[in-house]
Ligand binder design. Structure first.
Ligand SMILES: N[C@@H](CCC(=O)N[C@@H](CS)C(=O)NCC(=O)O)C(=O)O
Length: 216
């Protein structure tokens, strides 16, 4: 049985999981739920199934892999990282994976709060200023390493790529002073399997966020 990744028909929290699965060439079902149109934005398609999937904590994204039924995007990522050997090789690398994972979640939460805010346009300039400092910290954290943990690619690199891509879609010059992060993006996109995926019909370019968001 193919594993199933269930999520809204957006990039959102599922995209790093999709990228990781594609990187390891896992044959999985990318199951989409679609929110209804404005003004109701009905989530009925999801609520119809939500409590019948055998999930301890029903939510989106979820990942069903045989007997394993998980929600919580970071739990799914950690599970896949262990299963597919993307969790760092040394203790020092594993510590960097954990630290990056938590920092990236903070970065993502700030981004999502902005994108779903109805005052998006007026809040954007301050966000641009604040995120500049944050991105420089990530640039510095990466340093001269190929990947966030060190020499080997790990689960957090898929999250990093996704968040950098979402940021540059929204703020095209946001990485102008982050040369290491720019090279990280180039390195990631040059991975042969990623190149194929990103040019395929399977790859979702947009929307980043759901229909009720100000920035999609
Ligand atoms: N902490 C959870 C957050 C999950 C979450 O907020 N999911 C949103 C979409 S991003 C949702 O619509 N969940 C469906 C629900 O609440 O029933 C995670 O990282 O997976």
């Amino acid at each position: 049985m193919q594993p199933v990744l269930g999520y809204w028909k957006i990039r959102g929290l599922a995209q790093p999981i999709r990228l990781l699965l594609e990187y390891r060439s896992i044959d999985f079902v990318d199951k989409y739920y679609e929110v209804g149109d404005a003004p109701d934005y009905s989530r009925e398609v999801w609520f119809r199934e939500k409590y019948s999937l055998g999930l301890d904590f029903p939510n989106l994204p979820y990942y069903i892999d045989g007997d394993i039924r998980l929600s919580q995007s970071n739990t799914i990522l950690r599970y896949l990282a262990r299963k597919y050997n993307l969790d760092g090789t040394t203790e020092a690398e594993k510590i960097r994976v954990d630290l990056a994972a938590d920092e990236l979640m903070d970065l993502r939460n700030n981004l999502v709060n902005l994108c779903y805010n109805k005052h998006f346009e007026s809040l954007l300039p301050q966000y641009v200023k604040d995120v500049d400092d944050k991105l420089k910290l990530f640039d510095n954290f990466l340093g001269d390493r190929d990947w966030l943990a060190g020499e080997t690619i790990t689960s957090v690199d898929f999250v990093m790529y996704e968040l950098l891509d979402q940021h540059r879609i929204m703020i095209p010059d946001c990485l102008k002073e982050c040369s290491k992060l720019q090279r990280f993006i180039e390195r990631f996109e040059a991975l042969p399997v990623m190149k194929v995926y990103m040019h395929s019909d399977k790859f979702m370019k947009r929307p980043l966020n759901n229909k009720m968001a100000s920035f999609k």
